[in-house]
Design a protein around this ligand. Structure first.
Ligand SMILES: C[S@@+](CC[C@H](N)C(=O)[O-])C[C@H]1O[C@@H](n2cnc3c(N)ncnc32)[C@H](O)[C@@H]1O
Length: 403
């Protein structure tokens, strides 16, 4: 591979913004890719993938490069040189790479690879937490899986198409997909591609949604005509799936504390042809109280650490802090206690997270079941999805029923 100066410089700029200014990797990459209209798809994927790779392996590479945060520009070039050496990419004879100690880099890599927190590139606290919660063996495997690049999975929108027709349409647009066994609406891309540009996407025939995430709406057991409340709807990934499962019949009330996310949800619902979705911003306790005892089904896709989705969101390794985790666990329990009151007698509730930590998952459900409102519920089913076992995101979901 020959390195192009403007692509490498763009990558270094992106890394500086992500590491030193605390910006989100996806946003920085999106902005960086708009910088030069002449860049083709290969150039763009070089920038995106190299940036993500270096974000993913920050701790390991910084340790090998012997540099510390905040990174100066020359530090970022040293980190970049480590990335090249470990991938067997020939370093160009630019002044930035002069004197790169190739043998020392390889030696340090071998030495650090013996220690999990360096090999898998995670902060000390996260490595300790993962081991405490999951045990050494499971955490080691899981962490390894979470450092793999995530596959691109889409969900065929049954309001407009089916997986077979969609696969054919995408193939006609040059995108090859495969079915995923036991995931009825999912297709996996054989190769990464900018699928948002396809006509099939603009026509609302699919949404990008990880295979594990597609399990959540399925578990809620919705039927056409039901009244369903999606309490933490965000931009509506699961709301749209629920609308499709309900064949657009009945009512879905999508809630979130952020109005801007709900705006995006509305836009997506329009594209997907989902007409039974109403959004409500949670701007006072009244919004929730008005819904008490009214829904056949309630989804709580709770805010969480996101530790199950590190493979698509590697900068969370560096952004997540232990005190945030403590706060979010309190929020999860509060949400469970408040929003479960929306379920009517005999109705069902799904509590889900994209975390693999028992303290955000089954332990929260157990705590909830002991609360006053929780005593009215029974746990019907629980699914713990590990990335190391499924090949997709780590997820947790529990189905509960109100007596
Ligand atoms: C895991 S995300 C939801 C993802 C979304 N359901 C989807 O499938 O695309 C959690 C959502 O909970 C929202 N949230 C955070 N605190 C909340 C609260 N107290 N009540 C309701 N929503 C909340 C966040 O804004 C975020 O959109």
């Amino acid at each position: 591979m020959r390195l192009h100066r403007n692509l490498v410089f763009a990558t270094i700029d992106a890394l500086a913004e992500i590491f030193n200014d605390g910006s989100y990797a996806d946003k920085v990459i999106e902005k960086t890719l708009k910088r030069d209209k002449r860049w083709g798809s290969r150039d763009r994927s070089f920038i995106a993938e190299t940036t993500y790779d270096i974000v993913r392996w920050k701790r390991l590479y910084a340790e090998i490069a012997e540099v510390k945060e905040p990174f100066k520009r020359e530090d970022l070039f040293r980190i970049f040189a480590v990335w090249c050496v470990l991938r067997g990419i020939k370093l160009p004879d630019w002044p930035q790479f002069e004197g790169t100690p190739v043998r020392r880099i390889k030696g340090k890599f071998d030495e650090l690879s013996r220690i999990r927190k360096f090999r898998e590139s995670v902060p000390d606290w996260m490595d300790e937490l993962g081991e405490t919660e999951l045990g050494d063996k499971v955490w080691t495997k899981e962490l390894h899986a979470l450092n793999e690049q995530a596959p691109v999975v889409i969900r065929a929108n049954r309001l407009k198409t089916n997986p077979k027709d969609l696969a054919e349409k995408l193939e006609a647009e040059g995108i090859e997909t495969t079915n995923i066994r036991n995931y009825p609406e999912a297709l996996e891309l054989k190769q990464r591609a900018n699928i948002f540009k396809t006509k099939a996407f603009q026509d609302g025939l699919f949404e990008v949604q990880d295979a594990s995430s597609q399990r959540v709406a399925d578990l809620l057991d919705v039927k056409p005509g039901m009244r369903v409340v999606d309490t933490c709807a965000g931009a509506g990934g699961k709301t749209l799936h629920l609308a499709a499962l309900m064949e657009n019949k009945g009512q879905i009330i999508a809630l979130d504390i952020y109005g801007n996310k709900l705006k995006e949800l509305k836009r997506r619902a329009k594209r997907a042809g989902a007409h039974n979705v109403e959004t409500r911003s949670i701007d006072s306790t009244k919004v929730i109280k008005k819904l008490y005892n009214s829904a056949d089904r309630v989804l709580i896709d709770a805010p969480c650490s996101g530790l199950g989705v590190l493979s698509r969101n590697p900068d969370a390794k560096w952004k997540l802090q232990p005190d945030f985790l403590e706060k979010i666990k309190n929020t999860q329990l509060e949400i469970l206690e408040k929003y479960s009151r929306i379920v009517k007698e005999g109705g069902k509730l799904v509590y889900a997270t994209c975390s693999i930590l028992p303290s955000e998952n089954e332990k929260q459900v157990q705590k909830f079941l002991k609360t006053e409102i929780g005593k009215d519920f029974t746990l019907l089913k629980e699914k713990k999805i590990l990335s190391s076992e499924s090949g997709y995101d780590g997820f947790y979901m529990a189905l509960l029923q109100k007596a």
